[in-house]
Write a protein that binds this ligand. Structure first.
Ligand SMILES: Nc1nc2c(c(=O)[nH]1)N[C@H]1C(S)=C(S)[C@@H](COP(=O)(O)OP(=O)(O)OC[C@H]3O[C@@H](n4cnc5c(=O)[nH]c(N)nc54)[C@H](O)[C@@H]3O)O[C@H]1N2
Ligand SMILES: Nc1nc2c(c(=O)[nH]1)N[C@H]1C(S)=C(S)[C@@H](COP(=O)(O)OP(=O)(O)OC[C@H]3O[C@@H](n4cnc5c(=O)[nH]c(N)nc54)[C@H](O)[C@@H]3O)O[C@H]1N2
Ligand SMILES: [Mo]
Length: 760
């Protein structure tokens, strides 16, 4: 079938390689455009200047920490997009909903739905007219209360949280759900870093990263595996470029060549902006296959063991940190046996990297005294995500790279407070100590039975076992795998409630009773009975700090998330004697509650008022291992993922530069050279040739019965052979609900086995 193709000559609309660095003028231009489109020419851009300032609000864009010394405006293109999207002057008011029926809105794109503007009033779906209509807050709460009281069992309700909710909102929310009687807490983190939360505790006794931002100033080598900071954590590029300027090697493992990991022109740096110069970031870039990380990590350990043996033979002390291993760990012999039994041929063909490439990664690793290893969704979103995370811990423990200055594990969290939400009780598997303290403080009896994570919740809804959904933010139906199943599951519900800043598709999957409650966003001023309030968040590095919105709310009819949760609680569980109004009147009282349940928050109200906040205890950072035997554990796993078979194609789903999860800001993906469209598949030239396809061909992708993506344009891209990529959420239909990590429940969004052929 294969024939000669002159693919380079073909013009594909909207596809043109991007040659510039990340950041630079392109980033400034994009911000100017976002301001103009969302806020108009006379925009009040004060919000942008308060982002991540000690007395301003925490940027809702990502969970990368703020430098303690923030004094000048920290520029971030995608943070600015997140803020302008929230601070937009566009509104979807009752007039908008009178004009557009629910059926009509269902035909709108995700982009169009959110671009229409901010919600202004509580809404209820009216089946008689097929329109959403405004209701008073009191009526909305009464309807929700009645719906929750009508359930036969509290476990028929699912309380979903997306990671933008503040600590205060999340804490009140879990109190509501537990006082009501369930531990059903599906959470966005179940689709995100759950493999970290489940995997790391078994390895090092804590499910969080072990580094602080200051550690980057002291590291000798940085590894970036499976994440794309130029788009998803742009402020990290400043940290990486500072390290690169110090001569610190930055080693990347990613199937796609991502510009944000290659070159950066800092918009904060006048000489870089005014001259053609930029900073080179990656010192080595390894295009590991999609799903090839397990093999690659084993290869790095194999190379390390081999070099260690050689060093000892030559009279050296060896390359492993033997004193550390002896004092702090168990399981080294089992790990060594497993790694020794793994053949180089298997490692090379399953990772897609040569032995020499892996040895050079290992050499950079062992030559450095202090290594930081950063990773993202490329590691966690696989059916073996937990195993991947534990292999990373193995590699780091071999040289004592945990719990010393300048070294450690750095999982890049997603939503700006996804880590905090988990810390303050959003978990389907709560500990007995935590529940006992919660019960004591609030005089309730929390349920002890474990609840549902995101996959379980969807399955329960599909099977008719869950009848009510409450969503604190997010767009679960669209974010989840297998929309066919999840959309149908939502449509079977008796009650669906979404607490949102913007209307989205999840609200349009109509239940018997569908209610949308509009809330304040991060940027907005929050006034309660005792005065102006601030909230708190926890970043990726366990730093807790305050966030205070200053902008005038999008509508006088908005309520804060805590106030909405209290309103639902009073209507749903009127017999429970919790002073909801008192808690909402002064968020200090909620923080006192958090402190009572989580001792690590001691003096919460006092400490969080310090500029920059405080760090929660991370035992592993001090080499305290909170595992059952007090040791860190080497854990053995077989290689899973890419099989190395010749014709295998694994498809990964990624974010474009113009999106925030299911929120699509625009149709461009600047750094990957895609403009005005999202219906593309990224592929390696040789795979195209082997399949008799050419750059620009229209193709169908097939993943299993009923799981197809049809009529997409395939484009030749710098991606590893055997790997394909498509955009999330369009490609979610390729992932079956069952296709998830059995240990953590994380869907395998990043490795779907597919076939590709010319469109029918
Ligand atoms: N602007 C913006 N910021 C965001 C978000 C957003 O959507 N937009 N989302 C937020 C959220 S919730 C999250 S979780 C984070 C996500 O941040 P990332 O973890 O960076 O998320 P992804 O875009 O999913 O990209 C993952 C990267 O992994 C690579 N990859 C894919 N498959 C594999 C694999 O098998 N192995 C390896 N090694 N790499 C692979 C892809 O090529 C891509 O570069 O960002 C947060 N910040
Ligand atoms: N195929 C594929 N699927 C994925 C992923 C992937 O990489 N590939 N990534 C997964 C990951 S990492 C995540 S985290 C999930 C994301 O899943 P979610 O967190 O559920 O989705 P978002 O798109 O972030 O939610 C967007 C909605 O949040 C609401 N919102 C925004 N700000 C606020 C606020 O301040 N308060 C409230 N109450 N609402 C607000 C808006 O109304 C908006 O419509 O998706 C997952 N799905
Ligand atoms: Mo995420």
């Amino acid at each position: 079938m294969a024939h000669e193709l002159e693919t380079d000559d073909r013009d594909v609309p909207g596809v043109e390689p991007y040659d510039g660095p990340a950041g630079g003028w392109g980033a400034l231009k994009a911000v100017a455009l976002a301001i103009k489109e969302q806020m108009g020419a006379s925009a009040d851009t004060r919000a942008l200047l308060q982002m991540n300032q000690p007395d301003g609000f925490d940027c809702p864009g990502c969970a990368w920490p703020d430098p303690k010394k923030t004094s000048s405006f920290e520029f971030c293109e995608n943070g600015a997009k997140a803020v302008t999207w929230e601070a937009t002057t566009k509104r979807v008011d009752p007039g908008f909903f009178a004009q557009h029926s629910a059926s009509e809105l269902l035909g709108w794109s995700d982009y169009a739905l959110e671009d229409a503007g901010r919600l202004t009033h509580p809404l209820r779906y009216d089946a008689a007219t097929d329109h959403f209509v405004a209701v008073e807050w009191g009526e909305a709460f009464a309807r929700i209360g009645a719906g929750l009281q009508a359930l036969a069992d509290p476990n028929e309700a699912e309380f979903y949280t997306s990671g933008r909710a503040s600590n205060e909102a999340a804490f009140l929310y879990q109190l509501l759900a537990r006082a009501y009687g369930t531990n059903n807490f599906p959470d966005c983190s179940n689709m995100c870093h759950e493999a970290t939360s489940v995997g790391l505790p078994k390895s090092i006794g804590v499910g969080k990263g072990t580094v602080t931002l200051e550690d980057f100033d002291h590291s000798d080598a940085i590894f970036c595996i499976g994440h794309n900071p130029g788009t998803n954590h742009p402020r990290m590029l400043t940290t990486l470029s500072d390290a690169a300027k110090r001569g610190v090697p930055i080693v990347v493992a990613n199937p796609m060549r991502e510009r944000g990991l290659e070159r950066f022109k800092s918009p904060q740096h006048p000489t870089e902006m005014l001259t053609p110069s930029s900073t080179q970031l990656a010192s080595a870039y390894h295009q590991v296959k999609v799903g090839g990380d397990g093999a690659m990590l084993k290869g790095m350990m194999k190379a390390l063991f081999e070099a260690d043996a050689k060093d000892i033979d030559a009279g050296g002390e060896g390359l492993l940190d033997r004193p550390f291993i002896a004092q702090h760990t168990v399981g080294i012999e089992e790990l060594r046996a497993d790694i020794e039994a793994t053949e180089w041929d298997e490692i090379a063909c399953r990772s897609g990297l040569t032995r020499a490439a892996i040895e050079s990664m290992a050499e950079t690793y062992w030559k450095a005294d202090r290594v930081i290893l950063c990773y993202g969704m490329g590691i966690t979103q696989h059916s073996y995500g937990t195993a991947n995370v534990q292999q990373i811990a193995n590699l780091m423990l071999l040289r004592g790279n945990i719990g010393k200055e300048g070294a450690g594990i750095c999982p890049l969290r997603g939503h700006s407070n996804v880590q905090g939400d988990r810390t303050v009780g959003i978990t389907e598997i709560p500990s007995e100590e935590m529940l006992a303290r919660l019960d004591k403080r609030f005089g309730i009896v929390s349920p002890r039975a474990h609840g549902h994570n995101a996959v379980d919740a969807l399955a329960a809804m599909r099977d008719g076992k869950a009848r009510a959904f409450i969503g604190l933010g997010g767009n679960l139906a669209v974010a989840m795998s297998d929309p066919e199943t999840s959309f149908a599951a939502f449509r079977k519900l008796d009650l669906s409630v979404s607490i949102l800043t913007k209307f989205n598709r999840t609200c349009l999957l109509l239940a018997k009773e569908t209610i949308v409650l509009p809330c304040l966003g991060r940027t907005e001023h929050d006034e309660q009975a005792t005065g102006s309030q601030y909230v708190t968040v926890e970043d990726s590095m366990s730093m807790v700090h305050a966030s205070r919105g200053k902008l005038k709310p999008a509508s006088p009819d908005l309520k804060s998330e805590p106030a909405i949760i209290a309103g639902i609680a009073k209507a749903a569980i009127p017999d429970v004697a919790i002073d909801w109004d008192g808690l909402v009147a002064d968020y200090d009282r909620i923080r006192d509650g958090i402190e009572a349940v989580y001792p690590d928050f001691r003096d919460f109200n006092a400490r969080v008022r310090h500029k920059g906040g405080f760090r929660l205890t991370v035992g592993a950072s001090e080499r305290v291992w909170n595992t059952p035997d007090g040791k860190a554990h080497f854990l053995v796993h077989p290689i899973k993922g890419a099989s190395g078979e010749a014709r295998e194609l694994l498809l990964t789903t990624v974010r474009s530069h113009d999106q925030y999860n299911t929120t699509i800001y625009g149709l461009n993906d600047r750094y990957r050279g895609v403009h005005g469209r999202r219906d593309v598949i990224f592929a390696h030239a040789e795979d195209l040739r082997d399949l008799g396809l050419a750059h620009g061909d229209v193709v169908d992708i097939h993943a299993g019965p009923g799981r197809d993506l049809r009529g997409y344009t395939v484009i030749e891209h710098a991606i590893a052979k055997g790997s394909l990529a498509a955009y999330y959420p369009e490609a979610n239909g390729l992932v079956a609900l069952e296709d998830h990590d059995p240990e953590s429940g994380t869907p395998s969004y990043k490795s779907v086995r597919v076939t590709m052929r010319a469109a029918a």
